[in-house]
Design a protein around this ligand. Structure first.
Ligand code: HAM
Length: 424
């Protein structure tokens, strides 16, 4: 073999593609119930959008972006996430001039140069939502419940919702200074990585899994005790709305997300069964992002869910999505004349919506039947010259083995009855 797919990427093959189609179909349905509309932005953007949007001192921007110069010498980056692009598009297309809030969703591939492991890839897929131009805490609850509803619909109803508020441009810098002072005091007990984070991005220390750092973190000042009145009220109201929806959550003051644009509400939905990469979806408010990339003071909130992680979570719980491969009818042919007549029948059946298949390898009846079996055909029919001459053939239910003699000219009507689940 000369070529492999690049490290950290996956081919998604049938029958797995059926699961992806199912997830995408459900996403379109559920998101549209909540009145979110689909937006499709380019897969690459000018690098500066992500530098400004996600933040210079984040793992994504520092280490993980697929960045290259195009033939015109511009710096281009494959999108590592969707939010910055959606806000860029919202501003560029002046959607703020229309009735608000704007509620968008997207499904598609994202790219991060990370060390691949279970649940972590270099090309992965997100489905996400962004609600722009409202700071209403009810919208925070709507966004969170929408994500939970989606998971519930796939059969996942025991995942943990972690909730935090990371404050705003007023109260967070004050908190960060307080945290910094505390971390400097306890510097000796922090791992090397965290020691270097104190100055650059002290909030990320709260995320460290190192045992000795954990001891320091346990007694660190908490953002939830340091919110300004307006942020504290907002956070209270978000919780009130979540309570109205009967959604369980754990307040986790250590929850800091890996992107710099967050303000106020931040959340993650975790599945313990997933190991190190246990976040199925995460998101929050980003009330300063539109200002950062387009000088407009517009609030926003959203989340993104990793489709690969969703599939891993389903697998860990042995949940099968209701997808079916297979065909309604396999036409087994004997001889050239029958093949040609059957080819016409095949076309007619397909045009009426029946999934129908025929042999293309000139195989004998036995091999064709095996092939029908492998294809999960629900019914087969054998057509040879005798059947054509007598306008009669036997249709067989592959599961039960039941058979029925039908008039060939009636095949379409018979299939209609059968697929409507009338027994043979
Ligand atoms: P994020 O937490 O970076 O947030 O990613 C969201 C989700 O994408 C993660 O919870 C995970 O399921 C999935 N994910 C991230 N990186 C990988 C990877 N390397 N391999 C597999 N799955 C991955 C964002 O991207 C924000 N844009 C979410 C958001 C939207 N916040 C507000 N609006």
């Amino acid at each position: 073999m000369k070529f492999n797919a690049p490290r950290g990427t996956n081919d998604i093959l049938p029958p797995d593609t059926l699961k992806w189609q199912y997830i995408e179909k459900k996403t379109h349905e559920i998101f549209s119930n909540y009145n979110y509309q689909e937006i499709r932005t380019p897969i690459f953007e000018y690098t500066e959008l992500f530098q400004r949007g996600i933040g210079e001192v984040t793992d994504i921007v520092e280490k993980e972006m697929y960045t290259f110069a195009d033939k015109g010498g511009r710096s281009i980056t494959l999108r590592p996430e969707g939010t910055a692009s959606v806000i860029r598009s919202f501003l560029e297309n002046k959607i703020y001039g229309q009735a608000q809030p704007t509620k968008y969703y997207y499904i598609g591939p994202m790219f991060r140069y990370e060390r691949p492991q279970s649940g972590r890839f270099r090309q992965f897929h997100q489905l996400g939502v962004e609600a722009i131009a409202s700071n209403d805490p009810a919208l925070d609850a709507e966004i969170i419940s929408l994500g939970m509803r989606l998971l519930q619909d796939f059969g996942l109803d025991d995942l943990e919702l972690h909730l935090n508020s990371v404050g705003c441009g007023e109260c967070r810098p004050v908190y960060v200074e307080k945290l910094k002072k505390y971390l400097i005091k306890n510097k000796d007990q922090l791992c090397d990585n965290c020691q270097s984070r104190i100055d650059r991005n002290p909030l990320r220390v709260l995320d460290c899994k190192n045992e000795s750092c954990q001891k320091v973190i346990k007694d660190a000042p908490k953002i939830t005790d340091n919110l300004c009145d307006s942020c504290a009220d907002h956070f209270d109201e978000v919780q009130e709305y979540l309570d109205i929806l009967d959604l369980d959550y754990t307040i986790n003051p250590l929850l800091v997300r890996g992107l710099d644009y967050y303000t106020n509400t931040a959340f993650e939905i975790k599945d313990n069964a997933l190991g190190a990469q246990d976040t199925v979806f995460g998101g929050g408010r980003y009330n300063g992002l539109a200002e950062e990339i387009g000088n407009r003071d517009l609030p926003g909130i959203g989340f993104a869910l990793g489709i690969e992680r969703l599939l891993l979570s389903l697998e860990a719980k042995d949940i099968q999505l209701p997808v079916e491969s297979g065909v309604d009818l396999y036409i087994t042919v004997i001889g050239d004349k029958a093949k040609k007549e059957s080819f016409k029948l095949l076309d007619k059946l397909r045009s009426k919506g029946f999934k129908t298949e025929i042999d293309y390898l000139g195989r004998g009846v036995g091999s064709q039947m095996k092939s029908a079996d492998r294809m999960n055909a629900e019914y087969t029919i054998i057509i040879g010259e005798d059947e054509l001459n007598n306008n009669s053939a036997t249709i067989r239910n592959m599961k039960s083995g039941d058979e029925k003699e039908i008039q060939l000219s009636n095949l379409l009507e018979e299939m209609k009855k059968l697929v409507d689940k009338e027994e043979l």
